[in-house]
Design a protein around this ligand. Structure first.
Ligand SMILES: [Zn+2]
Length: 248
């Protein structure tokens, strides 16, 4: 375990760790599948992410520990294999009780990443459902954090990027073909929305990567293996996903 987590752990009381563990055991299937010694670091990273993130909500609605733990766990899940502990730019999370729209627009959203306000907006009942139904390839928090990872990576100096430059480039060029295939309707897995552009394909792919890893692998093994190399993990190895011995 990294020294900074050991030090951080000293300042977190047991009750908080237990509370986080219980929420994740109840709702996060990725966490449930982890080996016991990986669960400890996952909880610490979930609490570490919360420490450096500002959560807010609307008047009359409150942010519960369950919301914080579960939302943060989606970020930790995606970054479990790479050394990114928190979001530097999108470090504000606004939780809404129901779908919302922006001023002068009637379009309703359940979630979005807003570069103007540097905020990730999430509708709580949809976030929760994303975890409760863990095998339908739909998880709002995973989807929005996938956008954040790509956007933040692009903002960083290339020397301190969290995603390997070559792997990301490789994923993009390979995925252009996949995008075409989805747009033609020639696909038995992805929902149409994934064909919007590369950003949406990446975010949707991560939802499948974590909720339907075997189906995603069967659909396009090369694409799946590229995601494994990019995120340095393979969710098919549920006990120890970051032990990356990519299976054929
Ligand atoms: Zn999206």
């Amino acid at each position: 375990m990294k020294l900074k987590y050991r030090i951080f752990s000293l300042f977190i009381d047991r009750k908080k760790k237990r509370e986080c563990h219980h929420v994740l055991m109840q709702f996060n299937s990725y966490y449930q599948g982890l080996h016991l010694n990986k669960k400890g670091i996952f909880v610490l990273r979930t609490l570490y992410f919360q420490r450096f993130t500002r959560f807010s909500t609307e008047v009359g609605y409150s942010v519960s520990p369950e919301m914080k733990h579960l939302i943060s766990s989606a970020f930790v899940q995606i970054t479990f294999g790479i050394g990114q502990d928190d979001l530097e730019y999108f470090n504000k999370i606004h939780i809404t009780p129901k779908a919302y729209s922006y001023r002068n627009s009637t379009q309703l959203f359940h979630g979005d990443v807003n570069p103007m306000t540097k905020t990730v907006n999430l509708t709580w009942p949809v976030v929760k459902k994303g975890f409760e139904i863990n095998d339908d390839g739909m998880n709002l928090a995973i989807h929005e954090f996938a956008h954040c990872i790509i956007l933040e990576n692009a903002r960083r100096n290339y020397l301190v990027r969290n995603l390997n430059e070559e792997e990301l480039k490789g994923w993009k060029s390979y995925s252009l073909k996949l995008l075409e295939k989805i747009r033609k309707g020639d696909n038995g897995l992805y929902r149409d929305y994934a064909g919007s552009n590369l950003m949406e394909l990446f975010a949707t792919s991560l939802e499948y990567f974590f909720e339907k890893p075997s189906e995603l692998f069967s659909y396009d093994p090369e694409h799946y293996k590229r995601l494994c190399r990019l995120l340095k993990q393979d969710p098919r190895n549920s006990k120890d996903p970051t032990n990356l011995t990519i299976r054929e």
